[in-house]
Design a protein around this ligand. Structure first.
Ligand SMILES: O=C1C[C@@](O)(C(=O)O)C[C@@H](O)[C@@H]1O
Length: 231
């Protein structure tokens, strides 16, 4: 299935592809957290949903649950990419900087998947220069560069919005969000500044990161805030 990141994509994050019918009509895609699922490739084989899948197999060292062999983790992502329903895969920026990560990205692209390169900071929001560097590296090694950091103050949140606008202005395709209470509003506001992906659980209790809105709420917030981006 195809999924364009030219405009905002709301991805319903889940460990259970049976959530897809509930996400239909609200989300544009399903983010399948393979690392949180029992038999991810089996679930993908059985998938007959209407929404395209963005497959994530988050490594433990990047805040996820995948704690096995790195080659196996990346191979599972490539296998996912070979499934027709999978339109995109998420590969960590740290992985993409290695030969095997770069190779996995090439194989995923050859299978027709878009590569979302992701970087996370679960403790803080780095300085502006570091955010700019991370986002640009991610947008260069991936087709979309994603940055999720933790905001403790509104100044942190503003930095995330600022670098989102700057990256978009120099034509990097990016997805950004500040995790945590102080950054929560960035999930609704970052798309105004060019962020191309938002993540939200169908049910609030199933959040996959701190500060997420549920999918219906995020859709409504983003739709209400959207306006002509050429300003
Ligand atoms: O990397 C991301 C972004 C995210 O961490 C968030 O903050 O919404 C949620 C994750 O499921 C996804 O893989």
């Amino acid at each position: 299935m195809n999924l364009s990141f030219d405009s905002f994509v709301l991805a319903a994050s889940t460990a259970d592809l049976d959530d897809e019918p509930a996400a239909r009509g609200v989300a544009d895609a399903v983010e399948f957290r393979m690392d949180l699922a029992a038999d991810p490739l089996g679930a993908l084989d059985a998938y007959d949903g209407a929404l395209p899948v963005l497959a994530t197999n988050r490594a433990e060292w990047e805040g996820g649950d995948a704690d096995g062999d790195e080659d196996d983790r990346l191979d599972a992502l490539v296998s996912a990419a070979e499934n027709d329903a999978v339109a995109a895969v998420d590969i960590e920026l740290e992985s993409l900087r290695t030969e095997r990560g770069g190779d996995a990205a090439e194989r995923a692209r050859a299978a027709g998947a878009t590569v979302v390169a992701s970087a996370h900071d679960f403790e803080q929001t780095p300085a502006r220069s570091e955010l700019v560097r991370l986002l640009h590296d991610a947008a260069t090694l991936g087709d979309v560069g994603k940055l999720a950091v933790t905001a403790e103050t509104h100044a942190d949140a503003l930095r995330v919005l600022d670098v989102t606008r700057a990256a978009t202005a120099w034509d990097d395709a990016v997805a950004t969000m500040a995790m945590g209470e102080a950054g929560r509003h960035t999930r609704a506001v970052a798309p105004v500044y060019g962020s191309k992906v938002g993540y939200a659980p169908v049910e609030p209790a199933d959040a996959t990161a701190p500060g997420q809105y549920d999918a219906k709420t995020l859709r409504s917030l983003v739709s209400n805030l959207s306006h002509n981006p050429d300003v």
